[in-house]
Design a protein around this ligand. Structure first.
Ligand code: PLP
Length: 232
């Protein structure tokens, strides 16, 4: 089923992107593999997945060696003391929401001898339960990172919308983050090269693409429901 699910999502995302003037393949599908076994992940990679997302450092470390070559994305809340474990493993960190975290990523990237791509996580709906900064705080954080973190390149923004039964209800948040994204995408700077707007999960990726997302993070719709008690 994993292969069929991926094919269906690939068709669907291209079709939706087409409605708003996007080209086929323009929206990157990141398969979210949290709680999934290595065999399932490798099956997804065999079916064409090039990018996978994990939200826990421990899971990245546990699976890294056994998973086939692929780009890894850190999409979950990241504690500063754990940056060192993933700095040599992930290609992009989606969840940067403080200058202190950025400083640590910068420091570890320098030690590792390679730059790190990041996204700034925006909490457009200001939900208490979610990480990320407000749209108002975003400009200051971007400026601080550009100024003080030479080993970081800011590639765009990430947003997790509130859960709503009706996707129409979250479009307003996606729209707000897209407006912010467009503003920075216009600026050219070696350390700020906007390319990714990471918005949309299994239940709301259609709304996200309609509002301009070009990177969707999809778990359940590929692998089925997660058993949250399952140990990896
Ligand atoms: C789990 C997760 C996803 C994927 O969620 P699904 O509903 O399974 O598609 C996307 N983004 C983040 C940050 C996640 O933690």
């Amino acid at each position: 089923m994993i292969k069929e699910n991926i094919e269906a999502i690939n068709r669907n995302k291209d079709e939706i992107a087409g409605k708003v003037g996007g080209r086929p393949g323009e929206v990157l599908l990141v398969a979210v593999t949290k709680t999934r076994m290595v065999d399932e992940i490798n099956e997804a990679i065999d079916a064409g997945i090039t990018d996978i997302g994990e939200n826990k450092v421990q899971e990245i470390m546990d699976k890294f060696e056994a998973v086939k070559p692929v780009r890894w994305h850190m999409i979950g809340h990241l504690q500063r003391n754990k940056v060192k474990y993933i700095i040599d493993k992930v290609s992009m960190i989606h969840s940067v929401d403080s200058f202190k975290l950025a400083e640590e990523i910068d420091r570890r990237a320098a030690q590792h001898g390679a730059g790190m791509d990041i996204l700034v996580q925006v909490n457009a709906a200001r939900e208490e339960s979610k990480f990320g900064i407000t749209t108002e705080e975003t400009g200051k954080l971007i400026e601080d990172i550009v100024k003080h973190c030479p080993n970081i390149r800011i590639r765009g923004l990430m947003c997790i919308a509130p859960f709503e039964d009706n996707q129409e209800d979250v479009r307003v948040y996606f729209r707000e983050v897209k407006a912010l994204y467009d503003k920075y995408a216009l600026l050219s700077h070696p350390k700020m090269d906007f390319k990714y707007l990471s918005m949309g999960m299994s239940h709301d990726y259609e709304a996200a693409i309609l509002e301009g997302s070009n990177l969707i993070r999809v778990g359940t719709a590929i692998f089925g429901e997660r058993n949250n008690n399952k140990q990896v």
